[in-house]
Design a protein around this ligand. Structure first.
Ligand code: ZN
Length: 214
């Protein structure tokens, strides 16, 4: 079983934007409609600037559509004096939005990889996480996108990515379950094939699964 993407595979690109892209005015008008629909008066003082504020916030929350995560991994360092052990960046905080309700998903990502003669600056791994998080997401998809991007561009011997997150569409509506964290993981290469490598990674990130058989 070998599901490592081929060398020429590329990271998930954001979908092509609809052409023409709606104007800023059209976006603000849509938000105004939602305020009316919720039952409030968009002309009252407190809401007058809300459509413009929400449009600006969207620009930040969804900046990932204009980012290329592959580019963050393009610059690597090979002078590591033969270092070939696992590199782990844990507790990378992220904020995303679920594509079903536009509700926040807030959590942490842990990334580990086994370098293959080249390493990448650690802040770049966090940038990759952010580029994918700042799009409309489902956790499983984001998890897979991060793992495949690192595997494809950096070509390490393996990659492990674990995502722990709270979904506000679940805590504030629907089943209203608080204190529930969703955990997903994607293991590629050595992390998938070698139980010891996987366990070392889970141990480093403090996962209870590291003490389980496997
Ligand atoms: Zn949702």
């Amino acid at each position: 079983m070998n599901d490592i993407p081929r060398r020429n595979a590329v990271c998930a690109k954001p979908p092509e934007p609809k052409d023409p892209r709606p104007s800023r005015e059209e976006a603000e008008a849509a938000i105004r409609t939602m305020l009316l629909w919720a039952g409030d008066d968009p002309d009252r003082e407190g809401l007058r600037d809300t459509p413009a504020r929400v449009a600006r916030a969207y620009g930040q929350w969804f900046a990932g559509y204009r980012e290329d995560p592959e580019a963050y991994l393009a610059r690597t360092f090979e002078e590591v004096d033969g270092y070939d052990e696992m590199i782990v960046l844990k507790d990378i905080r992220f904020e995303s939005h679920c594509e079903h309700h536009l509700a926040p998903i807030i959590g942490r990502v842990h990334v580990g990889y086994l370098p293959n003669n080249k390493v990448v600056g650690i802040s770049k791994l966090a940038r990759v996480v952010e580029a994918f998080a700042r799009r409309l997401q489902v956790q499983e998809k984001m998890n897979a996108q991060i793992a495949h991007c690192i595997q494809t561009v950096l070509e390490p011997k393996g990659v492990g990515v674990v995502v722990e997150a709270v979904h506000q569409c679940m805590t504030t509506r629907g089943v209203h379950k608080t204190g529930v964290t969703m955990v997903t993981s994607m293991m590629l290469g050595e992390f998938r094939e070698n139980a010891l490598t996987r366990r070392e990674f889970l141990h480093v990130i403090g996962s209870p699964a590291s003490s389980a058989d496997g």
